[in-house]
Write a protein that binds this ligand. Structure first.
Ligand code: ADP
Length: 246
């Protein structure tokens, strides 16, 4: 067995990772392992450090201490675009004047890939999410759900090892939100994606994830499957947080 590449269990591995802004410690001695193909949600109140963890993984924030490994490789010295990570944020509007294909091609053009490679990657990405037939339309000719799928596709064009989602559905109305929850779960299953998903919505985390890490002030208060954290909260913080309704 080749142990140099990340094994199943620690495809993503945060080892003793801390992050401070000035004198404020926002992530404290984090130990976290994510399996390849896993859907892990980071759940917790606003300000508990969830986004900061994604930013350190994506390379948009430096770690203050500790090590982050992805697929066996220490990634902290790598710039964001060399990490094999796709990111979906909440406000990922499409460019209204561009076609769907042009929207998906945009990050590839920014990276100055050749025309032929861009075309083939865009075609492949749109087919993966079953939007090939809509390539030449503009965003306002698509339904809300289809527009969201295009936005997700932009995060997949580089065929990343890991997809990070930071409250991607937070701004949507209830119906579209539920539609997109199904969509993301289906993409996760069908494409075998590894997803780290940030939310402060308990029910979203409980229905979507393989495991949930519940954060309290920069630390994991409990980590486990939905059933484990829901049926056996380990402490009063988790019990109270899971018990709240939105
Ligand atoms: P969450 O995603 O759980 O809402 P964040 O990771 O966004 O939490 O923030 C954790 C804490 O770190 C908050 O108190 C926030 O104000 C602080 N913080 C985040 N980014 C910065 C920054 N760039 N500079 C200073 N403080 C920050």
């Amino acid at each position: 067995m080749d142990d140099s590449k990340g094994s199943m269990r620690n495809f993503i591995h945060f080892h003793d990772v801390s992050k401070s802004f000035g004198i404020t410690k926002v992530v404290e001695n984090l130990e976290l392992e994510v399996e390849k193909g896993e859907f892990l949600s980071l759940l917790g109140p606003s300000g508990s450090g969830k986004t900061t963890i994604l930013m350190m993984l994506a390379g948009f924030e430096e770690t203050s201490a500790g090590t982050i490994l992805l697929d066996g490789e220490r990634i902290q010295e790598l710039p964001p675009h060399k990490r094999g990570i796709g990111v979906v944020f909440q406000n990922y509007a499409l460019f209204p004047h561009m076609t769907i294909a042009e929207n998906v091609a945009f990050p590839l053009r920014m990276r100055r890939l050749g025309r032929a490679e861009i075309d083939s990657r865009v075609k492949r990405a749109l087919e993966r999410v079953r939007l090939g037939a809509l390539a030449d339309r503009r965003p306002d000719q698509l339904s809300g759900g289809q527009q969201q799928r295009v936005a997700l596709t932009r995060a997949l064009v580089f065929e990343p090892k890991v997809v990070l989602m930071d409250e991607p559905l937070g701004a949507l109305d209830k119906q579209l939100r539920e539609e997109m929850q199904l969509e993301i779960r289906e993409l996760h299953r069908r494409l075998g994606l590894t997803i780290v998903f940030v939310t402060h919505d308990q029910s979203e985390a409980l229905t979507m994830s393989n495991r949930i890490a519940i954060f309290d002030k920069g630390k994991i208060s409990q980590i486990g499957t939905a059933a484990e954290v829901y049926d056996h909260p380990q402490n009063s913080f988790v019990a109270q947080f899971i018990g709240e309704t939105n």
